[in-house]
Design a protein around this ligand. Structure first.
Ligand SMILES: CCCCCCCCCCCCCCCC(=O)SCCNC(=O)CCNC(=O)[C@H](O)C(C)(C)COP(=O)(O)OP(=O)(O)OC[C@H]1O[C@@H](n2cnc3c(N)ncnc32)[C@H](O)[C@@H]1OP(=O)(O)O
Length: 133
């Protein structure tokens, strides 16, 4: 781990600790758990930008670079990279810090696409950006 954690002005959308219950049969952290953390992080950012409910419709460019271990501090950084008519794409980068290390490492990245939906669960237009996320 030698890279510097990104200094995003808004900080991570989500930060948590990888727990023993999140492991796969090899004892490393299960990829599906990481994916779900990223989905929640991207979903929060998407919901704020979309001004309400969103549904995940696609995940692209997903990469698992390094294993995550029990006790790692896991941080998901998000950026809105595309806004369409009813959909928007969020780049999610996940970084870990291990123990008291001052350095961090990027462990996963992916592009999550969400659709803004209404009460009827059908797509609705993403409103103009009036507030910064
Ligand atoms: C107020 C602030 C609150 C803040 C605090 C909130 C906290 C909140 C935290 C939430 C954090 C958890 C977030 C997890 C969210 C789930 O886990 S959702 C559960 C998993 N997802 C689902 O169940 C969705 C199932 N799919 C569906 O229901 C339907 O496909 C959808 C999403 C309603 C879309 O319907 P559709 O008829 O396929 O729509 P369609 O008109 O064809 O396409 C709509 C748009 O999607 C695009 N699209 C369609 N398919 C795809 C695809 N495969 N890939 C990419 N784009 C696609 C289209 O290009 C189109 O884009 P635009 O050109 O309009 O921009």
């Amino acid at each position: 781990m030698s890279e510097q954690e990104p200094d995003f002005s808004h900080g991570p959308a989500l930060r948590t600790i990888a727990m023993p219950a999140d492991t796969n049969p090899n004892g490393d952290i299960f990829g599906g758990w990481l994916l779900s953390q990223m989905d929640v992080a991207g979903g929060m950012v998407a919901a704020r930008r979309a001004g309400g409910r969103v549904a995940t419709v696609g995940i692209e460019a997903m990469k698992f670079h390094q294993p995550v271990l029990i006790g790692d501090e896991v941080s998901c950084y998000c950026a809105v990279i595309r806004v369409g008519r009813t959909s928007l794409s969020i780049k999610v980068d996940t970084w870990i810090r291990r123990g008291l290390a001052r350095t961090a490492a990027k462990v996963t990245e992916g592009v999550f696409t969400y659709v803004a939906i209404g009460e009827d669960r059908r797509p609705r237009p993403v409103p103009p950006d009036v507030l910064s996320v």
